[in-house]
Write a protein that binds this ligand. Structure first.
Ligand code: HEC
Length: 188
């Protein structure tokens, strides 16, 4: 067919839709239908969405990592306490530093001499969470928040926790006044 020289738009007789002037095969002519507006917009939105998507995924990945880190830390043996931490520090400097932390952070509930008030007595031969240095280190690190003992790992460094736990170990067997009644299991 010949191209429409005067550019008038040819319309299909039946539907009134625009005809494509240069598409004619075997006498069949194509209609030049524009895509519906809603479809075009949906298409554009998917393209824009695909550009934004990688960033959404990235923040979700970060969130997941953070949540896994906190979940792992509160699920018992936190990263601060390692199985190698079985021997309490005994040097005077560490014990002095531990005592300083004790007086500042722990005294309110356990009292200065460790005789116990809100928190249990540290001087008797009983413990709720175990008697070993490792047990003490661990309970200070993870805490027992539902019982009133917070997890100290956000307030104290791993090093400070080791020092205060080592100091706690020195309290056992001492005899401060007005000790709180034993709690937990006897230490072997
Ligand atoms: C707000 C009060 C409070 C403070 C402050 C506090 N504790 Fe406790 N602590 C508790 C309570 C309550 C328990 C007993 C939890 C239970 O009954 O399960 C406890 C338990 C413990 C235990 C385990 C005792 C056992 O019998 O197994 C240790 C060890 C301990 N605390 C050390 C510390 C240290 C070290 C600090 C300071 C860094 C500290 N606590 C600060 C309230 C406190």
């Amino acid at each position: 067919m010949e191209l429409n020289s005067n550019k008038t738009v040819e319309k299909d007789e039946l539907t009134g839709d625009k005809l494509l002037s240069d598409h004619e095969y075997d006498n069949i002519r194509e209609l030049d239908n524009n895509l519906p507006k809603w479809w075009v917009w949906l298409f554009i939105i998917t393209i824009v969405g695909s550009l934004v998507y990688p960033f959404v995924i990235k923040t979700q990945k970060d969130e997941w990592k953070n949540e896994m880190a906190t979940a792992g830390a509160s699920a018992g043996q936190s990263s601060v306490v390692s199985a190698a931490d079985t021997i309490a520090l005994t040097d005077q400097a560490s014990l002095d530093a531990g005592k300083e932390i004790w007086l500042k952070q722990c005294k309110v509930c356990h009292l200065e001499g460790g005789q116990g008030l809100v928190g249990p007595n540290m001087t008797d031969n009983f413990a709720i969470y175990g008697c070993s240095y490792y047990n003490v280190l661990n309970i200070i690190t993870v805490g027992a928040p539902e019982k009133g003992m917070i997890s100290w790992k956000t307030q104290l460094s791993g090093d400070q926790i080791k020092k205060v736990a080592s100091f706690v170990m020195t309290l056992r067997g001492t005899t401060p006044p007005n000790p709180k009644a034993p709690q937990g299991e006897p230490c072997k």
